[in-house]
Design a protein around this ligand. Structure first.
Ligand SMILES: [Zn+2]
Length: 256
């Protein structure tokens, strides 16, 4: 009896740990953190024990993209459908939560699209240059806690970006809960046609800075109008973590 109970407990522990880990990654928001002053990026690792990697990690994100090594990489297979425009302001960024069904396949692994959100200015820089904004499409491996994040740089162009208009017309200025607004979004229209990319192994760019992310940064930026960019920066104009050292990691560029 005792033995059986012990076995049940031990068998359950990894599941509990795995779920706990996932919850940490997806909902890690207990401790207050921000982008300046006492709660800024330089202080994240001191704010809570579970944020230690933000200071001690050796595979952190974002990074400055330079001297990427050309390599024969597989394509990112996008299987994006429609989703309600579940947009909200989570206190750190504007986010859209995704209805189930959209995913990517990368190196034979399926990753479900969970949400996308924005940073201003861009978190990744290219040869030291930041873009106006960066969007992160956050995907999770169905069989592990590993994430694949597709990043796209958004720069200032001459005209309104129609695909992004349903989002940038509805940016909630105040902290809010997810709310379906307007027409459904056709997610594939949010991607550039050219899908060459840079890739490296890194982390969440927000606490707890977990080092579980395969970064896939598309090398073709999209353009938004001055007004669209201003609509975002009126709410968040400095929600980008500074670049981290690449260290010993490989930074590859798709050679296609
Ligand atoms: Zn992000």
């Amino acid at each position: 009896m005792k033995l059986a109970r012990a076995i049940v407990i031990f068998a359950t522990l990894p599941l509990v740990a795995a779920l706990g880990g996932l919850l940490m990654i997806v909902f890690a928001d207990e401790t207050q953190w921000g982008y300046d002053g006492d709660q800024g990026p330089e202080r994240w690792s001191a704010l809570a024990p579970e944020y230690l990697l933000c200071g001690e990690g050796k595979a952190q994100s974002p990074i400055d993209i330079r001297d990427a090594v050309a390599a024969d990489l597989v394509a990112i297979e996008f299987h994006y459908g429609e989703t309600a425009n579940n947009i909200f302001n989570n206190g750190h960024t504007i986010q859209v939560d995704i209805d189930p069904g959209s995913h990517i396949v990368y190196n034979g692994i399926a990753y479900d699209l969970l949400q996308f959100h924005f940073h201003a200015p861009s978190e990744h820089t290219i040869d030291g240059e930041a873009a106006a904004l960066e969007i992160h499409f956050v995907h999770k491996d169905r069989n592990s806690n590993n994430l694949a994040v597709v990043g796209i740089l958004l720069s200032e162009g001459d005209s309104q970006n129609e695909a992004y208009a349903p989002i940038f017309d509805r940016l909630p200025a105040d902290v809010s809960a997810p709310e379906a607004t307007g027409e459904p979004l056709a997610l594939d229209t949010l991607l550039p046609e050219a899908q060459g990319y840079y890739t490296y192994q890194g982390s969440l760019t927000t606490p707890p800075c977990s080092e579980v992310v395969r970064w896939l940064l598309l090398d073709t930026p999209l353009e938004l109008s001055t007004e669209q960019i201003a609509a975002f920066t009126a709410i968040y104009d400095a929600n980008a973590r500074p670049v981290q050292s690449l260290g010993k990691r490989d930074l590859l560029r798709d050679a296609r």
